[in-house]
Design a protein around this ligand. Sequence first.
Ligand SMILES: [Zn+2]
Length: 458
Amino acid sequence: MSNRTLLRSGIIITAASTGESLEGADLLIEDGKIAAIGHDLSVADAEVIDVTGRIVLPGFVDTHRHTWQSVVRNVASDWSLTEYLAGLHTGLSQYFRPEDTYAGNYLGALEALDSGITTLVDWSHNLATPAHADAAVQALKDTGMRAVFAHGGGNKQWGAPLPSPNDHPAEDARRLRDTYFSDNTGLVTMALALRGPQFTQPEVNTRDFQLAADLDLRVTVHVGDGYWGKSGPIRKMHAEGLLSDRITYVHCCTLGDDELQMIADSGGTASVAPDVEMQMGHGYPATGRLLKHGIRPTFSIDVCSSNGGHMFGTMRTALGMQRALDNAPSVETGEVIERISLSCADVIQFATLDGAHAAGLDAVTGSLEVGKAADIVVLDDSPLGMIPMNNPFGAVVYNAHPGMVRDVFVAGKRVKKDGKLVGVDIPKLRALAQASRDHIVGEMPGAELGGNWHPELG
Ligand SMILES: [Zn+2]
């Protein structure tokens, strides 16, 4: 059988350079990689998929999602940060058994894949026991997607008192590194999701970062969220010599300009989670401020027990918010703005190539370029919102949604075909997710479904 697939005559957004799209172009997949892109490729012995008129783009990269929360999706949709911390972070989270972690991760990662996210940084911070961590990793592996398992500890690390006197669970991190990620290559790789200077005692933070260095792992850390984020977390890290180009800083909303400059100077990356940042009082999404300091933003879903899990909505929220911020001064002064600066093509690049860079995977994925892995999304062209096709970038950001993701390839393997995930038993997945949800919600006193539950605050 041929190991070549030819996507024939698509509208290809490469995302490798902003604003570039190729009309009526072919893309050849061979041995899991992109072998050629061009017009009228003549290829023998390939499975040909006609994608005439359809947008073909790189798979999206979600740089931070608490995937385990997928089974309790939307319970937090109307919650403040305080309610989230009480109801979920230290509430529902404690009733997760390993099988619930599996269910949450499997469901959430497949949801991401189904919506065109081919690379997911799973920010896994409800790992009560090693069995929970094993379940989280197994679920990611079972989806067939590209993922970074960011090991983040559990209640002992994230529960009161904060800032925490408890170290990151080093022993289990070491075990996971040895057991599953000894060479840290392949579809699922490992990073450390650390609490950072805002949520740990200074000496704990130092030891946690030392652990990442010892295990030779990348780090992702929340900083600059809300009032807490104004405590100078990056200045503290800078003073200790902890900043590096292997760290992704999540949120960054309330960091000082000097701190953003320190991140830029150290080559660090940033993840913007606009839906959660605006809902939970983290401050304005930092998209524009990051750009001003030369840091390419990336996007993340974050709290998937609150907001939806796809990149189309996230791009739209981030772009709309930044445009409102950019336009706001002229509303006061009457100054005429001739051109808005941030484009749809820009945010597509944030959601793909820049995300891959933050995940440490930009040599592998994030753009459609010869030699890179064939992580590819094909959008349906039949919805009325795609007719007529005048601007593929505008169409992706403003008109597309997960229901229009027709085909998804990960490392050349077609994991979604003609609108359906391949090899996923949806009724079984639904039963698995509902059983976990019933257990978790049933165990917590006062917890209710239906949208009207507001957790009691301690
Ligand atoms: Zn987060």
